[in-house]
Ligand binder design. Structure first.
Ligand code: GTP
Ligand code: MG
Length: 197
């Protein structure tokens, strides 16, 4: 399936607690993963708007839950860009508040239809990714696994690297590059599938 035509994409609001976020009105998809894995970049690539979600070379850039409303020819959806985890340089207070912020949102946001969990293809699934996947499993909602930055792996090594990762997690995993747009159609298809389910 081709990615749907994006008619509009706009920042909706942000917060660190459910109460601060705009009320749930549309089906929502959350994007989570370690700091610097490429969540904000992937979101921008999906909607083909470079500066919508703020990205940075420095890990720990996104520090709140940021919501974006995306209007497409296939229907409307809200994307939730989450702050990354596994970032050692965060202050203790920040690390302490991350868990309740993300877990509260993932558990209680009724409009959430799926979690897209991003891992860096070159690093694979780390312990904290496993922890998050296990936590999310309680919701019984779909998990979509994405391996990011596939453009950084030489073409000849891409398939073996993806196969290795797939066999390690025993799950479907979408290879994605925000630089080249690889995986964009496939990820949109998974997102629309989760919304329609
Ligand atoms: P936090 O908000 O800190 O959790 O990070 P994030 O996961 O949102 O990462 P972000 O999108 O800000 O990207 C981090 C860095 O990785 C930036 O320098 C991006 O340009 C780079 N990056 C992200 N995706 C890709 C990709 O697909 N390919 C390449 N080559 N670089 C990427
Ligand atoms: Mg970010």
């Amino acid at each position: 399936m081709k990615a749907p035509k994006i008619k509009d994409a706009r920042y909706l609001g942000s917060g660190t607690t459910a109460a601060q976020l705009p009320g749930p009105a549309l089906p929502e998809i959350a994007f989570a993963g370690r700091s610097n894995v490429g969540k904000s970049s992937l979101l921008n690539a999906l909607v083909a708007r470079k500066g919508l979600a703020r990205t940075s070379k420095t890990p720990g850039h996104t520090d709140k839950i940021n919501l974006f409303e995306i209007v497409t020819e296939a229907g409307d959806v809200v994307f939730g860009d989450l702050p990354g985890y596994g970032f050692a340089a965060r202050s203790k207070t920040e690390i302490k508040s991350w868990g309740p912020m993300i877990e509260g949102y993932l558990m209680n946001r009724g409009s959430l239809r799926a979690l897209v969990l991003l891992v860096d293809l070159r690093r694979g699934v780390q312990d904290d990714d496993d922890d998050l996947a296990e936590f999310w499993a309680q919701t019984k909602k779909p998990l979509v696994l994405v391996a990011t930055k596939v453009d950084k792996v030489p073409k000849s090594q891409l398939k073996p690297a993806l196969d290795k990762l797939r066999s390690a997690v025993d799950a479907k995993i979408i290879g994605f590059s925000s630089e080249t747009g690889q995986g964009r159609d496939e990820l949109w298809s998974a997102i629309l599938g989760a919304i329609r389910a």
